[in-house]
Design a protein around this ligand. Structure first.
Ligand code: FAD
Length: 332
């Protein structure tokens, strides 16, 4: 019987990095994943994710983002993997939005380089964007995009190189009381460890229904990939930055690696089960997106070519959830 210092359950971005960091500290770690690192049902499994620094007054997120980007870059440099695309991020708030003022204050305090653009500056830099209702913007020239699925797979590969045991297995919902000493997998194995980290994203509510079903909100989130006319270059970086239209609750990124321009709607969709969720976006939503694109990107002549619904997980209090199980004792 092999025991580990830590068993990490879930190889999305959080589980993968947890396993890697523990391995760097010399711990014996097993990483258990039901579908595979960065699989397409997971939140981390898409082509791209924005990494930016401005989060209003919440300095903790800015500082976490700074540390996170530094660590991603260090990992990618070591393993020679091009998974960070530096390209300006532009936050486009509504006029005089307090959040935008606070973002600037926080960025200044944390030493993040940024530029402030008024409407003239925005029009000069990004003539392809329809700016109605937008009078200023914050440009972070050093932020950009992580190539998500590839980056998660690379993190797991690095963790394995440092000695982490990776197992493709579904961990069953623990039924014990008191101290957790082992978990069972769907292939009949029992894994013993001193500590267990459940980094299961949208699945947490299914694993721990008694404490999390009402607190973890797994919602469908729609995003669209837009094809551009081959002669139109303003949809690619550096002409188009990664963007966030705060008031529209939409954000996206330019055509990276010829995958098309991506736009996601931040609005919460219906509650979904991450194992069975349909990824098909309705024709009504696609039509709304066509109208939206015509308003915000009138010059690009784009049309949605691919559209998908993904699962987004929000903790009820709209914060990250990092906690100990309230009923289990800590051993060791
Ligand atoms: C459309 C969309 C766009 C987003 N855009 C951005 C963005 O631009 N920037 C940004 O910072 N964030 C963005 N996010 C949020 C970000 O993607 C998530 O916060 C992050 O990926 C969550 O990672 P995770 O590891 O918690 O979850 P996941 O990636 O979902 O990983 C959880 C893993 O646990 C595994 N698992 C679950 N249960 C078990 C079990 N019982 N046994 C074994 N394995 C199990 C699952 O298979 C899965 O692989 C976006 C999210 C979505 C959906």
């Amino acid at each position: 019987m092999k025991t580990y210092d830590v068993a990490v359950i879930g190889a999305g971005v959080f589980g993968a990095w947890t396993a890697l960091q523990l391995a760097r500290r010399g711990k014996r770690v097993i990483l258990l994943e039901a579908y595979g690192p960065g699989h397409s049902r997971s939140s981390s499994g898409d082509e791209s994710r924005i990494i930016r620094m401005g989060y209003g007054k919440d300095e903790i997120y800015t500082r976490w983002s700074q540390r996170s980007l530094a660590q991603w870059k260090e990992l990618f440099a070591r393993i020679v993997c091009r998974c960070f695309m530096r390209q300006a991020f532009c936050g486009l708030p509504v006029p005089m939005m307090r959040g935008s003022r606070k973002t600037r204050t926080t960025l200044r305090k944390c030493g993040v380089p940024f530029e402030e653009l008024d409407s003239t500056g925005l029009r000069a830099c990004f003539p392809q964007i329809g700016l109605d209702g937008i009078h200023d913007g914050v440009l972070e020239p050093h932020s950009g995009v992580i190539v998500a699925r590839r980056a998660v797979a690379a993190t797991v590969a690095e963790a394995i190189r440092l000695g982490v045991t990776y197992a493709h297995a579904l961990v069953e919902s623990p039924k014990n009381k008191g101290t957790l000493q082992s978990v069972k997998t769907n292939n009949g194995e029992e894994i013993f460890a001193g500590h267990f980290v459940f980094a299961c994203g949208a699945w947490l509510g299914k694993l721990f229904p008694e404490i999390l079903k009402q607190r973890i909100l797994s919602r469908g989130k729609k995003f669209f990939i837009l094809d551009c006319h081959p002669e139109i270059h303003v949809s690619r970086p550096p002409a188009l930055p990664t963007f966030l239209f705060q008031n529209d609750e939409s954000y996206g990124m330019p055509d990276i690696e010829n995958r098309g321009l991506k736009i996601a709607l931040d609005a919460h969709g219906a509650a979904v089960d991450p194992d069975t969720q349909s990824r098909v976006v309705s024709e009504k939503s696609a039509q709304q997106m066509r109208e939206y694109v015509a308003r915000r990107f009138p010059a690009l002549g784009m049309r949605p070519s691919r559209k998908r619904e993904s699962v987004n997980t929000k903790y009820l209090e709209r914060r990250f959830l990092i906690d100990r199980h309230p009923k289990w004792k800590i051993c060791g």
